[in-house]
Write a protein that binds this ligand. Structure first.
Ligand SMILES: Cc1cc2nc3c(=O)[nH]c(=O)nc-3n(C[C@H](O)[C@H](O)[C@H](O)COP(=O)(O)OP(=O)(O)OC[C@H]3O[C@@H](n4cnc5c(N)ncnc54)[C@H](O)[C@@H]3O)c2cc1C
Length: 606
């Protein structure tokens, strides 16, 4: 955000006053002080070998030097090692096991993943505290990585010390959990405590497949629990259960002063609130999270099909019909996930539901399918409707799905890999992704009112001429139960989510790519063109939702006025909490709370 003219005038006035006040005290006041800068390996202030050894001892020998597997390709493009790495970059579990890699490999004209110099492969909060203290005392750039999915590149930094939580993935179930200090004021409830390095597949396996219950997490199975909770977080069934962050009951976190703190509704309430959507990597390093465990209905299921319109006019009519149908039949807590509206005049439905059986779900769609059937010349069904339910308990059950020939997961092909090392086939395209452009926008439910539906449908059509518009209905809470909306109101997430019926996403990118890898270079020219299309496409939607706001974890690296876009009216409170727990800015991430005070790489205090 640019400073206003009055801000600028005020600042130059303060500067003059400040300089005048200093002059009589010290001649040093005449010279500009060199800015605070964090140390790099080439700096004389970089810790000595002995100092690193002391850190290694403090963390039980778990300080590791960080390799960069892609170096096998930048140094010897055609080698067998390089081929193996390129193949492995399609496997999110391989990537997750490398402290030197991230699931998103970069963003054209923004960032490319780079390894830290050292990593603490943390086992517990004490290891994390040792790393935090070491980084603070030695002025190092500190970075925290869990699942490594950040689109914004906030879990990697060259010349840094990494806290790597990959091995902290225990899951403990509680029949009656009461947050520390809440005894007597908060009733016991079912909960699960997860290590900060757990990914959602590990959570779903323990809570749903094994225990027959539900925990609200993310859609993508390999996203990290700690990163997603701090983002706000949405899964396929968020329209029913609400924001993932709203399910946080307690966090164990190491703050910049090296203290291991408990944050919950009774202790460190401000920090607790900030962790619920205030953005990962800004307030401390989380070591454990305890999440609310919920009841699971008997059935969940999906509705999938693709329709192509014969002309632009028929496509406009189709979008208009879908908007009205969505408002009538799907705008409730049963239905989540997506439709895609594309330039080739196709509407692709890829939605999920919870709490309906097969018959009920088919009945919901029948009026829309009847409408299509009345105009066979206008609409062809490119992939026929598959609508039906299954026992909700088996949603993430790899064996159950395999036994029924449901090929919905890709599996980690490495010998000896765990049976639950799987990811949805639909998420495969984003493994090792380089982003060209990515924007999101919350669309207010007021656009679904009958007198606004035309406006919405027209904007969606116009946007679809420029890019593929995805509507993620589970990422807007309008239509959710009141309890879910109230719980989300108690988080730091942009309040725009409460009244949005969907999050619109427009994005583009390419499969595993990295600068300097022969035949796998990011295509900069296509990337820039695509980024421009994404921007133009989204501006058609911004025209009807000017104050929508964006989802912090699925948004533009170059987001304008990101403080308000990500957090709306919650930003000022977040900024205060940041100052309280991390006044010196040890925890820095791109476009994170307090990051304005640092250079883009987080090394120099501005
Ligand atoms: C393919 C893909 C699918 C996605 N699907 C969804 C989805 O379905 N729903 C949704 O809501 N979002 C989704 N996202 C966005 C995702 O939730 C965020 O990017 C999230 O922050 C990733 O967390 P992570 O641990 O995997 O990533 P990381 O990159 O490891 O971490 C993300 C941020 O959190 C910080 N962080 C991680 N661990 C800790 C910790 N222990 N303590 C403090 N800070 C920490 C990191 O420093 C970084 O700033 C998706 C992203 C991708 C790439």
């Amino acid at each position: 955000m640019w400073p206003s003219f009055s801000d600028m005038k005020r600042r130059s006035f303060l500067k003059k006053c400040g300089a005048a006040a200093l002059l009589p005290l010290s001649s040093r006041g005449l010279f500009a002080r060199s800015p605070f800068r964090r140390q790099r390996p080439s700096d004389p202030g970089w810790p000595s070998k002995e100092a690193w050894k002391r850190l290694n001892d403090a963390v039980g020998g778990n300080l590791i030097t960080v390799d960069f597997p892609i170096a096998a390709c930048t140094s010897a493009g055609g080698s067998a090692d390089c081929k193996k790495v390129l193949e492995s970059l399609k496997n999110p579990y391989y990537i997750g096991d490398q402290p030197g890699l991230t699931q998103t490999l970069g963003w054209v004209d923004a960032w490319a993943t780079k390894p830290s110099v050292y990593a603490v492969a943390a086992r517990n909060a004490d290891d994390i505290a040792a790393a935090v203290n070491f980084a603070r005392e030695n002025n190092l750039r500190l970075v925290v990585k869990g699942g490594g999915h950040s689109y914004q590149g906030t879990s990697n930094a060259p010349d840094s010390l990494l806290i790597w939580t990959r091995h902290m993935h225990d899951v403990e179930m509680h029949a009656a959990f009461v947050p520390h200090g809440c005894e007597g004021t908060h009733p016991p409830q079912r909960a699960a405590t997860l290590g900060a390095g757990a990914i959602w597949m590990q959570a779903y396996d323990a809570v749903t497949t094994k225990a027959g219950a539900y925990v609200q997490g993310g859609g993508c199975t390999t996203v990290g629990v700690a990163g997603l909770i701090q983002s706000g977080g949405f899964g396929s069934f968020s329209k029913h259960y609400g924001l993932a962050a709203a399910g946080l009951l307690e966090a164990e976190i190491v703050t910049a002063d090296g203290k291991v703190r408990i944050a919950n509704a009774c202790t460190n309430q401000d920090l607790f609130w900030a962790l619920k959507g205030g953005g990962g990597g800004s307030f401390g390093a989380v070591s454990k999270l305890t999440l609310r465990v919920r009841e699971l209905p008997e059935f969940a299921g999906g509705a999938e099909f693709r329709i192509k319109a014969a002309s632009d006019g028929e496509f406009q009519r189709l979008i208009r019909q879908f908007v009205s149908f969505y408002r009538e039949a799907l705008f409730n807590d049963h239905w989540g996930e997506q439709v895609h509206i594309a330039a080739d005049n196709t509407l692709e439905v890829s939605m999920v539901f919870i709490g309906l059986d097969t018959e009920q779900s088919r009945k919901v769609w029948q009026p829309f399918l009847d409408w299509l059937a009345r105009s066979p010349a206008s609409y062809s069904i490119e992939s026929p409707p598959e609508i039906g339910s299954m026992p909700a308990r088996h949603w993430w059950d790899v064996d159950w799905r395999r036994d029924r020939q449901q090929h919905v997961f890709n599996a980690d092909p490495r010998p000896g890999s765990g049976p639950n090392n799987v990811w949805w086939t639909g998420d495969g395209g984003q493994v090792g992704w380089v982003v060209y452009g990515f924007e999101s926008l919350w669309l207010p439910a007021s656009l679904l009112q009958s007198d606004s539906q035309e406006l919405l449908a027209n904007a969606l059509f116009k946007a679809s001429r420029l890019g593929e518009v995805e509507l993620h209905f589970n990422k807007g809470l309008a239509g959710a139960p009141q309890e879910a909306i109230e719980a989300a109101r108690e988080t730091a997430t942009n309040p725009a989510v409460l009244s949005a019926f969907a999050l619109a996403i427009v994005a583009d990118g390419q499969g595993p790519a990295y600068v300097g890898v022969p035949n796998h270079e990011p295509d900069v020219v296509s990337g820039q063109k695509a980024a421009n299309s994404v921007r133009r496409c989204m501006s058609e939607l911004r025209a009807i939702a000017p104050n929508g706001g964006a989802y912090v974890s699925e948004s533009n690296y170059f987001e304008a006025d990101w403080q308000h876009s990500y957090w709306g009216s919650n930003h000022s409170r977040l900024a205060e909490i940041k100052k309280k727990y991390d006044p010196a800015g040890l925890f820095f991430v791109h476009n994170g709370v307090g990051s304005e005070q640092w250079s883009a790489d987080g090394f120099t205090k501005l």
